[in-house]
Design a protein around this ligand. Structure first.
Ligand SMILES: Nc1nc2c(c(=O)[nH]1)N[C@H]1C(S)=C(S)[C@@H](COP(=O)(O)O)O[C@H]1N2
Ligand SMILES: [Mo]
Length: 292
C-alpha cells in the first residue's frame, strides 16, 4: 500500500487558513485550538508515511506551525500586549456565490484566476495582531545591497511622487477582490532613494509580527507595485496593513506585506514567512502557484 502525503498537506493548509482568519473571529483562541488539533491529526497520519525526505519535510512544516501557534497564544496572553489589541469587526470568510454585481460574466471570468471566487467584501487575513504605529517615530529602513543605507521617515515617504492605481487582489485561500483603488508610492521610487546596487536581484519585505515575503526585483520594480497608504479613497485601515502596506497585484496576496517595517535587497532569493512554510516561491495566481 502506498501512503499519500496529500491528506496531511491538506490538514496543514486548513490549519494555516484558520490561523490567518483568526483575527476575524470573536475568539481567536478557538481558531488556534482548532488549528492545533488539525496539526495533531496531521502528525498522527505522519506515522503511516514511509521514512524519507517527504516525511522529514512535513515534520518541519508541522513544527514551524506549532511554534507559530504557541507564539500567538503566548502573545495574546501577555497583558502588555493585549492592551494594544484593537477589536476587529467580524468579517466572515466569503462563501461561494458572493459575487460582484453589475459586470458581464465573461468580463469577470477574464479577470478571475483559476479556482478563485469573487468577493465584494474585504476579508481580513493575517498572522498575529495589527501593531499600533506612531507615524512620528515610524521609519522605513532600506538595507542590504543599496548604495546608501536609508531610513525613510513618514514625511520622506509622502514627499515621493504619489500614484493612484486600480488593481485586483487574489488571496491563496480562494477569494479575489477586483478594482481596488490604491494610493501610494511605487516600490521602485522608494528603492531609488537608497539606490539599489547592480548585483541585487531579490528583496525581502518585512512586516510586523516577524512576517516577510520574498520577491524578485523585476517584479518589485514593476509599474503596479506600490507601497500604499490608502484604499478606495480612504486611509488604509490598520487591519488591512495601515499605515503602509506593499501591494503586488501580480502575485497572491500573501506577498502584499501589511505594516511594512523594512526592505532588504539581496543578491539571492531568500524564502519569506509563508514561502518557508511550503507556499510557492513565485505565487502567480494565473499559474495557480499556491504551494511549492
Ligand atoms: N505583515 C503581514 N502581512 C500580510 C499577512 C500577514 O500575516 N502579516 N498576511 C498576508 C495574507 S496571507 C493575505 S491574504 C493578505 C490579506 O490582506 P487583507 O487582510 O488586507 O485582505 O495580507 C498579506 N500580508
Ligand atoms: Mo492569504
Amino acid at each position: 500500500m502506498t501512503t499519500d502525503s496529500n491528506p496531511i498537506r491538506a490538514l496543514v493548509r486548513r490549519a494555516d487558513d484558520l490561523v490567518k482568519a483568526a483575527p476575524n473571529r470573536a475568539d481567536a483562541t478557538q481558531a488556534w485550538d482548532r488549528a492545533a488539533s488539525l496539526l495533531d491529526e496531521a502528525e498522527r497520519r505522519l506515522q503511516d508515511l514511509p521514512p524519507g525526505e517527504e516525511r522529514d519535510g512535513l515534520v518541519v512544516m508541522i513544527g514551524l506551525r506549532r511554534d507559530d501557534i504557541n507564539r500567538l497564544v503566548r502573545l495574546a496572553a501577555d497583558p502588555r500586549r493585549s492592551t494594544l489589541d484593537e477589536p476587529v469587526a467580524p468579517d466572515p470568510m466569503p462563501q461561494p456565490g458572493h459575487e460582484t454585481l453589475g459586470r458581464t460574466r465573461e468580463r469577470l471570468a477574464e479577470r478571475t484566476p483559476p479556482n478563485q471566487r469573487l468577493v465584494t467584501s474585504w476579508p481580513v487575513l493575517h498572522v498575529g495582531t495589527p501593531p499600533r504605529v506612531d507615524l512620528d517615530t515610524w521609519r522605513l529602513p532600506l538595507t542590504g545591497l543599496v548604495e546608501s543605507a536609508t531610513r525613510l521617515t513618514w514625511s520622506d515617504l509622502r514627499g515621493l511622487p504619489a500614484t493612484t492605481l486600480t488593481s485586483d487582489f487574489h488571496c491563496v485561500t480562494g477569494w479575489s477582490r477586483l478594482d481596488n483603488r490604491w494610493e501610494g508610492v511605487r516600490f521602485r521610487d522608494v528603492a531609488a532613494v537608497a539606490g539599489v546596487r547592480p548585483q541585487a536581484t531579490h528583496a525581502l519585505v518585512f512586516g510586523a509580527n516577524a512576517y516577510s515575503a520574498n520577491l524578485d526585483l523585476d517584479t518589485l520594480m514593476g509599474d503596479e507595485v506600490l507601497f500604499a497608504w490608502s484604499h478606495d479613497g480612504a486611509e488604509l485601515e490598520s487591519v488591512h496593513g495601515g499605515p503602509l502596506r506593499l501591494v503586488v497585484p501580480s502575485r497572491y496576496a500573501w506577498k502584499s506585506v501589511k505594516w511594512v517595517e523594512s526592505v532588504k535587497f539581496l543578491d539571492r532569493d531568500v524564502a519569506g514567512y509563508w514561502e518557508m512554510r511550503g507556499y510557492h516561491n513565485v505565487a502567480d495566481p494565473w499559474l495557480e502557484q499556491r504551494y511549492g
